[in-house]
Design a binder for this molecule. Structure first.
Ligand code: ZN
Length: 142
């Protein structure tokens, strides 16, 4: 990981929301963020990102969605993320998502939008004005 990274603790109390599984949610995410297909995953998985998104930890999907939102808002595509968890250390259902950043405000904002988007994907949140959110994040860089 690079020198500058933000670490977000993502608490997911509901066990059924800890994994993202099935084509439907993956397709939903890729439909609204086609740039996700350009991502590669560095978790050692032999699968491509599409296969990853159909069956992975929700927090890992959040990592990639946040990085893609950051890229859409003008951040460098080279920025990387990492998702880890240690429920004994951090608490049950707490995932640690680390995101490299060029601007910390854009990274934190992207994580928030990614959370809203994931919640909507899982049917537990309101629709997200993604274009508007990306425009606001992009304006932070101006
Ligand atoms: Zn990954």
């Amino acid at each position: 990981m690079g020198e500058f990274a933000v670490v977000a603790l993502i608490r997911i109390p509901d066990r059924s929301h800890r994994r993202l599984s099935g084509d439907a949610s993956a397709r939903k995410l890729i439909e609204i963020l086609p740039g996700l297909t350009r991502h590669s995953c560095e978790n050692g998985s032999a699968h491509g990102i599409l296969a990853e998104l159909t069956d992975t930890e929700t927090a890992h999907a959040l990592e990639h969605v946040a990085l893609e939102i950051m890229a859409q808002a003008g951040s460098p595509r080279e920025l990387r993320g990492r998702t880890e968890w240690d429920f004994v250390r951090d608490g049950d259902g707490v995932f640690q998502v680390t995101i490299e950043y060029e601007r910390d405000d854009v990274a934190v904002g992207s994580l928030r939008v990614a959370r809203d988007l994931l919640e909507w994907t899982m049917g537990v949140g309101e629709p997200v004005d993604l274009g508007g959110a990306i425009a606001l994040l992009g304006a932070l860089r101006a």
